[in-house]
Design a binder for this molecule. Structure first.
Ligand SMILES: [Zn+2]
Length: 196
């Protein structure tokens, strides 16, 4: 038996091809979420994974540092949610594991409240703020994913650790993406089976 010695995840070809065309800066929160929602919508239609995308930007200027999507299906790695992908690409680009090093004020923007895994990953990443399109039962009811036991006071837990949380940015558009996904009978890859 030969044990694996490395693992890797790669952005899908369509996003790699699109990266040069993405705006260098996204000045407003709405600009940032519009990009995230568009990438999330395209991602599931392209068969890479779930309807999720995330970006890391400089909070003040909106300069784009990384763009990630959920690549669970294309990578074969269950942990490659959009947030994990975007955080890892930002850390790779900057060459450091702590995105908050040297006082950097980086922001993670994602199209729903992070799942239980990404909740932890965000806390470990060093980002100083998190922007989500929304929270609530719509994601699970429309998409079929089980997001896990995220604590009820998840925002307060972030804030207590110096991570500002901003919610309800382009919420309706995020819900529309989940609804389209749920209606399309796409693969829901919870390892224990889909929640129905
Ligand atoms: Zn997640």
């Amino acid at each position: 038996m030969t044990l694996a010695t490395a693992l890797s995840a790669t952005l899908p070809d369509w996003l790699v091809a699109d990266l040069p065309n993405l705006p260098e800066t996204l000045p407003t929160l709405e600009d940032r979420m519009d990009l995230v929602n568009a990438l999330a919508d395209r991602n599931w239609r392209a068969g890479n994974g779930g309807p999720f995308a995330a970006i890391v930007v400089e909070a003040e200027s909106g300069r784009l540092v990384s763009a990630g999507v959920n690549v669970v299906l294309s990578s074969g790695l269950s942990s490659q949610h959009a947030e994990v992908t975007a955080i890892g690409l930002a850390q790779t680009a900057l060459g450091r594991w702590d995105l908050g090093a040297s006082g950097a004020d980086l922001q993670l923007v994602v199209n729903w409240r992070p799942c239980v895994m990404c909740y932890g990953a965000t806390m470990w990443s060093g980002v100083r703020s998190l922007v989500v399109a929304g929270e609530g039962p719509e994601l699970e009811s429309l998409s079929g994913f089980d997001e896990g036991p995220v604590v009820a006071d998840w925002i307060a837990q972030f804030e207590a650790r110096g991570i500002r949380v901003i919610t309800d940015v382009r919420r309706d558009e995020a819900v529309r993406v989940f609804a389209d996904y749920g209606a399309a009978d796409a693969v829901v890859y919870n390892a224990r089976g889909a929640v129905t």
